[in-house]
Write a protein that binds this ligand. Structure first.
Ligand code: DX5
Ligand code: ZN
Length: 228
């Protein structure tokens, strides 16, 4: 059976940038299901973050799933580098170029799982033509580029996608502004993977990781209650 239980994926964009290895170990020890890595290029989005070498460096510190969210354009020249860095899932944006179909094929060709991300302004029309190339669809609930932004309600889009997916083995991931307050909305609409940066890392640190666990548990419980 495909696993539609709620999975919490902390975004290390909100971690201590001087301490990524320890931060990844801490969030996994505190109950994270996946580790979400936000790759930004200063071109597709107005911020710069992690290259493939950085992903390769943190890989040994992650036991579970490394979920790499590419907010870059072009995508195709960098797919092999992130696959070789040890990503388990590589997600590209529908808006990142004219050939998203080819990009998803290229991700699958590396043996990795392929994700398709949709900005808040992007509809679901094209998804029907891409869905069989996807292991995950990421619904952005902020405009990508920064952590700590306000949640944008995309529940109608999530419901559409849930209907479109039917019983196919495709996750619906939500990224941006996820908190214990917003998690029930997206879980009730059909999401199963919740990315959260600021709401997971707030109040904690590698020397005081218990708040990470409490924050993850609060998001998970709120979502599970709503999932139905
Ligand atoms: C936004 C990133 C998100 C973001 C989530 O561009 O893709 O993963 O870091 O951070 P919060 O949970 O703080 O909105
Ligand atoms: Zn992300």
């Amino acid at each position: 059976m495909f696993d539609r239980r709620i999975k919490i994926a902390p975004s290390i964009l909100s971690a201590d940038f001087a301490n990524f290895g320890a931060e990844c170990r801490a969030i996994e020890a505190q109950g994270a299901d996946w580790v979400h890595v936000d790759v930004m290029d200063g071109h597709f989005v107005p911020n710069l973050t992690f290259g493939p070498a950085m992903c390769a460096a943190i890989r040994p510190h992650i036991d579970g799933v490394m979920d790499v969210h590419l907010m870059i354009a072009p995508v195709d020249p960098f797919i092999d580098a992130y696959a070789n860095a040890g990503a388990d899932i590589i997600t590209a944006h529908l808006e990142a170029g004219p050939h998203i179909h080819r990009t998803l094929q290229a991700i699958r060709a590396t043996g990795k799982k392929a994700g398709l991300a949709l900005n808040p302004g992007t509809g679901t029309d094209a998804v029907a033509h891409l869905i069989d190339l996807c292991d995950l669809i990421c619904v952005m609930t902020v405009n990508p580029g920064f952590g700590g932004q306000k949640f944008i309600d995309m529940t109608a889009k999530i419901r559409d996608l849930r209907r479109l997916i039917g019983d196919r083995p495709v996750h619906i991931e939500i990224d941006g502004g996820v908190t214990p307050e917003t998690a029930p909305l997206v879980a009730a609409a059909g999401a199963d993977v919740l990315v959260a940066g600021s709401a997971v890392f707030k109040g904690g640190s590698v020397s005081n990781p218990a708040p990470y666990g409490a924050n993850i548990a609060a998001i998970r419980q709120a979502a599970e209650r709503a999932q139905g």
